[in-house]
Ligand binder design. Structure first.
Ligand SMILES: [Zn+2]
Length: 149
């Protein structure tokens, strides 16, 4: 790696930090980026910055969104009283691809793993507990659609 210019070495190091990318793959990706026309390389960099600036967790379900609430939570067509609890945002995509599920989601952003010292406070479990309590309270009081905030 010391044979590369410093800027290229930094780029390789950044790619090597990505999950599943080893040293050789990081070099291949870095060389690919260098081979891109400048406009394409800038689009790539801008996409990273844009995603990092604008993507955050939905205030209701903790799924990734660029709005206050995600499109699933905001949809009046979804069954708000049925919540599918998933570990990661990519799990929502899997369910949505099935086109069979019409409820909403709660994304924990992890799973309990006592052996790895990941407990209830390390995932979005408290948000889920509050949400279920809100649904139960609303359904119990009004028997209708829950206000999930
Ligand atoms: Zn949501």
């Amino acid at each position: 790696m010391e044979y590369f210019p410093a800027a290229l070495e930094k780029l390789v190091e950044q790619f090597a930090r990505l999950p599943g990318i080893g040293g050789k793959s990081a070099q291949r990706l870095a060389f690919h980026v260098l081979s891109l026309p400048e406009e394409e390389a800038l689009k790539f960099a801008a996409a990273i910055v844009d995603a990092k600036k604008n993507i955050h967790c939905c205030s209701i379900c903790q799924n990734l969104t660029d709005q206050e609430t995600c499109t699933i939570c905001a949809s009046p067509k979804r069954d708000q009283s049925t919540i599918c609890v998933v570990a990661q945002p990519r799990d929502v995509l899997s369910f949505e691809r099935s086109r069979e599920y019409n409820g909403v989601y709660h994304v924990l952003h992890g799973v309990l793993s006592p052996l790895n010292h990941i407990g209830p406070d390390d995932i979005r479990l408290q948000e889920q507990v509050k949400r279920v309590a809100a649904v139960q309270r609303y359904n119990g009081d009004y028997g209708g659609r829950a206000d999930l905030k």
